[in-house]
Design a protein around this ligand. Structure first.
Ligand SMILES: [Zn+2]
Length: 310
């Protein structure tokens, strides 16, 4: 059974779209009478899951805020999600204004297999961060260096040879190539270390698109449960908005089986709303251009569309 077959089979048992308030006790939604986003999300997954089908809409109770949370799997192996994730991360990379682009590899002659190479790069990079951030006092046999600021985003890429590369966008103090290379050699990871200056934020975004673009699915298969992208805590100016953010606490929630794109198109139609923060496929925050619409009206408008067009 393919993924799309599953989606069609499940559609027969879809719950109706709707709004769930604390005054309602929905049959299809398990748990407490005022469901949280997590419960709605779970219920949508169970009942209707086909990636890109359905969205949760949240509305600030005494304010203009509106958020659309797409029901998508957000997996790099997913044909629908991979390009969206690549766009999301490239925009995000540009917003972090990285200054340098570093590529590090593992020498196949020094490691038993690509997985061992991956572990070696990972270990060496985190050791390097420690050393570089903490600095080192002068010793008679070895000159020291001061503390340095270092923020980064690392993207793994499986090379055609089957060996992993780490592509790192870095912001903070300049790292001499010779220093990083010596570190890499001392740790017996390899000797290929490339550092270049990034001229513009667009360039940084391009790098991310390039390395997540074509081989992300294969790389993610190789990595298993490990992340394709790793970042330091302060690299990005804003966090990823998740439905469980405290910012959405106490909001009213509704769901629809319309696609997230349909939901957004409907809200942006006639300039009713405008996008305040676009973190698709995670969350898209909107604010009204004129007066806000009641949640029920938003859902009703979406439900009037014929279901076979979805
Ligand atoms: Zn997906």
């Amino acid at each position: 059974m393919t993924k799309s077959d599953k989606g069609t089979a499940a559609s027969a048992a879809l719950p109706p779209s709707g709004t769930y308030r604390h005054t309602t006790n929905p049959e299809n939604i398990p748990g407490p009478t005022k469901p949280t986003v997590a419960i709605l999300e779970h219920a949508l997954h169970e009942a209707a899951f086909a990636c890109g089908r359905g969205a949760i809409i949240g509305q600030e109770p005494n304010g203009p805020g509106l958020v659309v949370i797409p029901m998508s799997c957000k997996r790099w192996q997913c044909e629908k999600c991979a390009p969206r994730l690549a766009r999301f991360w490239s925009r995000r990379a540009a917003s972090a204004k990285p200054e340098r682009f570093i590529t590090v590899t593992a020498d196949p002659n020094l490691h038993a297999n690509p997985h061992a190479g991956y572990q070696a790069i990972k270990k060496a990079w985190s050791a390097f961060i420690q050393v570089w951030r903490h600095g080192r006092p002068n010793k008679p046999d070895r000159p020291g260096f001061p503390k340095h600021e270092l923020q980064y985003m690392l993207v793994w890429e499986l090379h055609q040879s089957g060996w992993p590369h780490a592509h790192i966008l870095q912001r903070g103090a300049y790292i001499p190539q010779a220093f990083l290379k010596a570190f890499w050699q001392t740790r017996q990871v390899g000797s290929v270390v490339d550092i270049r200056r990034i001229s513009t934020s667009e360039k940084a975004a391009d790098y991310v698109v390039k390395y997540t673009g074509k081989s992300a699915a294969e790389t993610k298969d190789f990595l298993g449960n490990h992340r394709l992208i790793q970042c330091s805590k302060k690299f990005f100016p804003t966090p990823i908005h998740t439905p469980t953010d405290s910012r959405y606490e106490g909001w009213n929630w509704a769901f629809t089986l319309a696609s997230p794109y349909e939901v957004l198109a409907s809200l942006l139609w006639h300039r009713q709303y405008k996008i305040a923060s676009d973190q698709y496929p995670y969350a898209v925050d909107l604010i009204p251009e004129r007066e806000e619409l009641p949640l029920e009206a938003i859902i009703d408008r979406l439900d009037q569309r014929p279901i076979d067009k979805r």
